[in-house]
Write a protein that binds this ligand. Structure first.
Ligand SMILES: [Zn+2]
Length: 177
């Protein structure tokens, strides 16, 4: 469960902070040796619990359509450039209110990597693949799912929307076909 993972992580952080606090009291410096290299690491004594908040009003349609199983990009009506993730301004033409287009059909894997050393926020997942695939007019960076023997540069993929169960949010992924 995600809550168990979060609790374990928080306990780990709390323990590390306790050690840092006692070290800071002893030496007068908020500096501790980095566990792997032993190099001195400065650590802020203030704690910050951070969750990104990004305004999405102008691209809200992207999220709305994802609940219908569709992955949308924006397209400049003037120069035809397609943007993904969608944005509502074309930097070339300097215009806003771009058109919405669905990313459909098959794409092709341009590159990929297997993530085995995960960031803390994804540490509860088993190894996963992240890649970039080209679709007509644009490219998509996402997790790649499907039979591993099909995974190679040039492999065909489809975009799929899924609910990532542990966290319960809807997102998109590339699936090998
Ligand atoms: Zn344009």
């Amino acid at each position: 469960m995600i809550s168990d993972v979060r609790e374990a992580k928080q306990r780990e952080i709390k323990e590390a902070l306790k050690q840092l606090d006692s070290l800071t009291k002893m030496t007068g410096l908020p500096i501790y040796p980095e566990p792997k290299t032993g190099n001195p690491l400065w650590s802020d004594v203030r704690e910050l619990d951070l969750r990104y908040q990004i305004p999405v009003k102008r691209i809200y349609k992207f999220f709305e359509k994802m609940t219908e199983g569709k992955v949308m990009a924006t397209k400049c009506p003037k120069c035809g450039q397609v943007f993904f993730p969608p944005q509502d301004d074309c930097p070339s033409c300097r215009i806003s209110n771009l058109d919405w287009v669905e990313i459909q059909g098959e794409g092709e894997v341009i590159t990929y990597t297997v993530i085995s050393v995960k960031p803390p926020s994804f540490s509860h997942y088993s190894d996963y693949v992240v890649g970039i695939a080209s679709f007509k007019g644009t490219s998509v960076t996402a997790w790649i799912d499907g039979p591993k023997d099909k995974l190679r540069v040039g492999a065909k993929v489809r975009l799929e929307v899924e609910r990532r169960e542990e966290e319960g949010y809807i997102t998109y992924k590339l699936v090998l076909v």
